[in-house]
Design a protein around this ligand. Structure first.
Ligand code: GAR
Length: 220
């Protein structure tokens, strides 16, 4: 009997470096999942090319072709369901999903955000952190609920902010950790080790070794 593999749908709007990291981790056998489809709301998103290069179905769904946001989301949801997608991963998908979509895929949508939530939600999380003057920045993988960047947190990673950082240097430092924690969150979900209890996410059987290189350590 083969091991169960979690069926993913990945939604993107652009470059797709997080998508690439998920693909690489799956191909390396580190994450028991399979990407059934990548969907972009932007025709020229580079992530669509990345998907095709790895033999993954890549769809552009044009939001302007639908009369309402909900109609667009219904089309996206139908494509995901048609392929039996069990977990929807937002990876640089620059659109706020309406309650319709969130309810349809309740507790089955996750997102990566380039800030330590609940600080700096919304656009340009890295620049917001820099402008605020925080000394520690980072990234968050969380479940998507009906509020923006506010669902239960699965994993966070922290990075230092240096005096001479600009948006690009800080974003690059954070991105390295995005590429670690997003596949890791998917792995934990695929292994059935993630439970949501109200606002909190409980991770079963967390082992010290598997958190090496990701903040925070499991002991203080
Ligand atoms: C990533 O930094 C991701 O955290 C961010 O967009 C970038 C997409 O990069 N997402 C958001 O800001 C969502 N609010 P990628 O296309 O190379 O993965």
């Amino acid at each position: 009997m083969g091991r169960k593999v979690l069926k993913l749908g990945v939604l993107i709007s652009g470059r797709g470096s997080n998508l690439q990291s998920i693909i690489d981790h799956i191909e390396d056998g580190k994450v028991p999942a399979r990407i059934e489809v990548v969907i972009s709301d932007k025709k020229d998103a580079y992530g669509l090319e990345r998907a095709k290069r790895h033999g993954i179905e890549a769809l552009f769904i044009d939001p302007t072709a639908f009369p309402t946001k909900e109609d667009f989301e219904k089309a996206v949801g139908d494509e995901l369901e048609k392929r039996g997608v069990e977990l929807v991963c937002l990876a640089g998908f620059m659109r706020i999903l309406s309650p319709y979509f969130v309810k349809r895929f309740e507790n089955r949508v996750i997102n990566i955000h380039p800030a330590l939530l609940p600080s700096f939600p919304g656009l340009h999380g890295q620049k917001q952190a820099l402008d605020y003057g925080v000394k520690i920045a980072g990234c968050t993988v969380h479940f998507v609920n009906e509020e923006v960047d506010a669902g239960p947190i699965i994993i966070q990673a922290a990075v230092p902010v240096f005096d001479d950082d600009d948006e690009d240097t800080l974003s690059a430092r954070i991105l390295k950790y995005e590429h670690k924690i997003y596949p890791m969150a998917i792995k934990l979900i695929a292994e059935g080790r993630v439970a949501v209890r109200g606002r909190k996410v409980i991770i079963r059987d967390a082992k010290k070794e598997e958190w090496a290189g990701v903040n925070p350590p499991l002991e203080v």
